[in-house]
Design a protein around this ligand. Structure first.
Ligand SMILES: [Mn+2]
Length: 314
């Protein structure tokens, strides 16, 4: 059965109020905006894919948008529709419908599933696709919207949307910006409080990135470590920058959070370097793909890893 028909069958079985739990990046927020503007339900952001939060409101049907498919039953009893594009477990939990395509992203899927033709919401789907898959993605919808609004304006909006979580701020404001405006140009020229908030977040992120970019990389063995202190989760951008400079090392960006006792790691690699395997041999467990992974450690766990790291030859 096509994905849309599967969804309709579940919506008919569970016609009561629904709630969508969604990821905090632009793909997840755009998927949530498409859900809310099409179905009118309640949304809630999840700050982590690994520890799903308790639901803030009662609902009959739960949607999970861009949060990966859970391996075990989620911490609620309601039937759950997972709309996602990440790798998923072979055996699905019970009472769960997985609507999955690896060649899409979640906002793209959400648009196909929730919105009809001429929904006037294509620009929101395009923002999610641009943010997750880039401007050369093989999506007629994205290409048409890039033509219509220009690549730069759409890029500026994805940066605004992503700046909410990168500044450790309120992702609800990013969702509001997509709810309150009817086109990219209207949003970019808006004085709405949500857009003002996102611009403030963007300034903060630029400052923190500027500081973290000054830190040099320390090389040991197959690794390059960039260690800095920040109150914003900018480690994935730093890891990305260093990955482009260092082809022969696994880049490890370590953000020693100044606002909580945690070390946030972002790991990137290129070519044949399997970051998960290489770090695993050093006793460091990271989750994700072989070339893009991450972890959250306690300061003590991090210190222990640093001893192993510095014991490696230059
Ligand atoms: Mn995504």
């Amino acid at each position: 059965m096509a994905l849309r028909e599967q969804l309709q069958a579940w919506q008919e079985r569970f016609p009561g109020p629904s709630l969508a739990l969604h990821d905090f990046d632009a793909d997840g927020i755009c998927a949530a905006a498409l859900y809310k503007r099409s179905l009118g339900g309640v949304t809630q952001v999840a700050r982590s894919r690994l520890n799903l939060p308790a639901l803030q409101q009662p609902a009959e049907l739960i949607y999970m948008l861009d949060l990966s498919c859970p391996e075990h039953a989620p911490p609620w009893s309601q039937p759950t529709v997972v709309i996602d594009h990440h790798p998923h477990p072979e055996k699905l939990p019970e009472n769960l419908l997985l609507l999955h395509r690896a060649d899409r992203c979640s906002a793209w899927l959400a648009h196909e599933l929730f919105c009809g033709q001429d929904s006037q919401l294509e620009w929101i789907a395009a923002l999610g696709i641009l943010s997750d898959l880039g401007d050369s993605a093989n999506s007629p919808l994205l290409q048409a919207e890039l033509q219509r609004w220009g690549t730069n304006p759409l890029r500026q909006i994805t940066s605004l949307i992503n700046s909410a979580y990168r500044a450790d701020g309120d992702c609800k404001q990013a969702l509001d910006a997509l709810m309150e405006h009817d086109s990219p140009s209207q949003l970019l020229h808006s004085s709405h409080s949500s857009v003002a908030y996102l611009r403030e977040c963007q300034r903060k992120v630029r400052k923190r990135l500027g500081q973290a970019k000054q830190v040099p990389a320390v090389k040991r063995g197959q690794l390059a470590l960039v260690q800095f202190q920040s109150d914003c989760p900018v480690q994935s951008i730093i890891a990305q920058i260093w990955k482009a400079r260092l082809a022969d090392r696994v880049v490890l960006a370590a953000n020693l959070r100044t606002d909580r006792p945690e070390v946030h790691l972002s790991v990137r690699s290129r070519g044949n370097l399997n970051a998960i395997e290489i770090l695993g041999r050093l006793g460091l467990v990271v989750r994700g793909h072989s070339q893009s992974a991450g972890a959250v450690l306690t300061p003590v766990e991090w210190e222990t890893f640093l001893e192993t790291f510095y014991a490696n030859p230059h």
